[in-house]
Structure formats: C-alpha cells, structure tokens
Design a protein around this ligand. Sequence first.
Ligand SMILES: [Zn+2]
Length: 111
Amino acid sequence: MTARGTLIVCWCCGVPGSSSGAFELTEACYSRWLRAGKPKSGPPPRNPEKGKQARTEGLRRAKEMRLQRYLQIRDDCATQAEAAAQLGVSLRTIWSYEQEIKARERAARVA
Ligand SMILES: [Zn+2]
C-alpha cells in the first residue's frame, strides 16, 4: 500500500500521478475504477476521446479570449501591425482574427 498523495507510476496506464492510496493507482484511475463498479480486471482504459475533446475545448476558449481582447483594442489601433504588437501576436494571427470576425458578421446577417 502506498501512502495517499505519493508520486507513483500508475500500474494500469503508466501515467505518473499522485497515489490514491489504494493499489498502485493514481487518483484519476482509482476513481474511474470505482465509477466502473470495481471490476476485477482493474480500471477501464482512459478515454482518449474525452481528453482530446477537453483539450480542443480549452484551445477554442483560449482563442475566443484572444479574439475578444483583439475586438476590445481593435478600434483604438491605427493599424493591424499596432494591434498585433499590443497583443503580442503576429500579423498573420490578426488576419485570422479578421477572417473570423468577417465570418461571424456574415453568419449574423444570414441569421
Ligand atoms: Zn492508470
């Protein structure tokens, strides 16, 4: 038995994490095992799709936040280069923001 919170390498998936205190399972895998009804075969496999979705969602949200920041400073900036400098992004990124804004305006008109 490993003390709870000890850094271990999980036996089911090989991912390092803090021990759940039960077997050599990380907290995530132990709770997954409990949710699955404690199967004798051990924790069910991690759900890679779900992890991917969460990452995609996180990226989408981060992009949205940057876009909103751009919209806030957009009218105060004389040029796109100035806006890019203020946000610390490349001019190319500003162009992609502009495309996104235009696409949304088009979508809003159609709706
Ligand atoms: Zn595991």
